[in-house]
Design a protein around this ligand. Structure first.
Ligand code: AMP
Ligand code: MG
Length: 417
């Protein structure tokens, strides 16, 4: 049976970054830049004040202190966003707000706290009058230089960059209202099974809810894709063929089916996939999630996920998520991991890669600890909802002892408090 690594490598050979599209800046969040972005401007565009205070000439305030204040005549008051219409000449100052352009002649800003304005509000030089300078910061103090963050013509973000909130802000700071990112993959999702009922239908005898459609669609959205929900195909050749063809016609970038690919089935799903497409393998050496189909239907790569809800989630995480991220243009998709102290013995007697659901937290010493989330059956969906991480046991590791330090792949990185 093919290993998890081989299956994933084989599957990923069928995916590449999708073509790029220009989108409004906010629609680019969590996506991958498809071009280098060059700044047309300096950021900041002009020398400006880092503090509320007085713009002065350093040479005028040499030696200033509380005991020995230097009095300057205040010739103007300058707010952020305005162009100075006055100049700082010998023994004068301009009252200046954070972000305002440094006026000609000035080279230094003295904070309000180091002037008579801090001592006595009425001594404010606002409007007219004078101010006493109570310290002598070095030349250039509290002045932000034009281009100190970004220089004109500088590449600020390279093709391949992940756009987080900070990158979106950076792009906004140079006026990029639209950017080129890789298109989001469209993922067709089809549930199969006579036992399934939709959420708005009555749950009659012998039936279960179609939960996989929702966990799969949610995982597609979370990974950055767009789900196309095809509903439920019944376990007969006619309905399955029609729904698989509908999936092909949807022109999706990935087709995900759920259930009907394990051994004990009536094998109708397998038969239809074999006749509608070209299937490459049906099983992977993992637990949960051994039944896993991969092939091409029409022109669309198809992942046949197992029906058991836990297996479906683990298989999605292992194979579908990397495929979606690859199409989004991402080259790294390993989840972060932590070293954690295992709170109980974990065993692996299946001869397969075992994925154990765990909950990671911190103990009083600040160390990560991992506890399994109880009954690990592949139908126990709450074993996943209680988990924030996965303990992967390789095929040749039969046991981890209680107290052993193990590596946990974090599905959600634990947030503290
Ligand atoms: P199968 O692979 O068709 O044998 O299905 C394996 C198990 O998964 C069975 O218990 C099914 O009832 C269950 N199952 C299949 N499809 C779904 C689904 N869409 N939502 C929840 N459970 C499902
Ligand atoms: Mg079935």
């Amino acid at each position: 049976m093919i290993s998890v690594e081989d299956a994933r490598a084989y599957i990923l050979k069928h995916f590449a970054p999708l073509e790029s599209e220009r989108v409004e800046l906010l629609d680019a969040l969590d996506r991958v830049l498809a071009e280098d972005v060059v700044s047309p401007i300096n950021v900041p565009p002009h020398n400006n004040s880092a503090m509320d205070g007085y713009a002065v000439r350093a040479e005028d305030i040499v030696g200033a202190s509380r005991a020995n204040p230097v009095r300057l005549r205040v010739v103007a008051d300058l707010g952020a966003g305005y162009v100075p219409d006055a100049e700082v000449t010998q023994a004068t100052a301009i009252r200046i707000m954070t972000g305002a352009v440094i006026p000609p002649g000035a080279d230094t800003v003295v904070r309000f706290e180091e002037t008579s304005e801090a001592v006595d509000q009425k001594a404010s030089g606002k409007g007219s009058g004078s101010v006493e300078i109570l310290s002598a910061p070095e030349r250039g103090a509290n002045v932000r230089l034009a281009g100190e963050d970004i220089r004109k013509d500088q590449v600020i973000l390279e093709k391949g960059a992940m756009l987080r909130a900070s990158e979106i802000g950076l792009l906004a700071s140079i006026g990029a209202s639209q950017v080129a990112v890789h298109r989001r993959p469209r993922v067709a999702i089809l549930a199969t099974g006579d036992e399934l009922v939709a959420l708005d239908e009555p749950l009659t005898e012998g039936k279960i809810r179609n939960s996989n459609e929702y966990s799969n669609a949610a995982a597609v959205i979370k990974a950055g894709g767009i789900p196309i929900r095809l509903g439920i195909a019944r376990d007969n050749i006619k309905d399955l063929t029609a729904k698989i063809r509908a999936g092909i016609d949807a022109g999706a970038d990935l087709f995900i089916t759920s259930a009907g690919v394990s051994v004990g089935d009536y094998d109708i799903v397998k038969d239809v996939l074999n006749s509608e497409g070209e299937m490459h393998f049906w099983q992977v050496n993992m637990k949960p999630g051994k039944p896993l189909a991969f092939g091409i239907v029409g022109k669309t790569p198809l992942l046949g996920l197992p029906g058991n809800p836990v297996s479906a989630i683990i298989s999605f995480e292992t194979f579908a998520r990397p495929a979606i991220l690859t199409m989004l243009g991402k080259t790294k998709f390993a989840r972060p991991y932590v070293e954690a102290i295992l709170q109980e013995r974990a065993e692996n007697n299946a001869g397969r890669r075992n994925y154990i659901r765990v909950h990671v937290s911190r103990n009083g010493n600040g160390e990560y600890t991992a506890a399994t989330t109880g009954e690990q059956g592949s139908g126990i969906l709450t074993s996943v909802t209680r988990a924030n991480g996965l303990l992967e046991m390789p095929t040749d590791v039969l046991e981890y002892k209680r107290g052993e330090r193990v590596r946990i792949t974090m599905l959600d990185y634990p947030e503290e408090q």
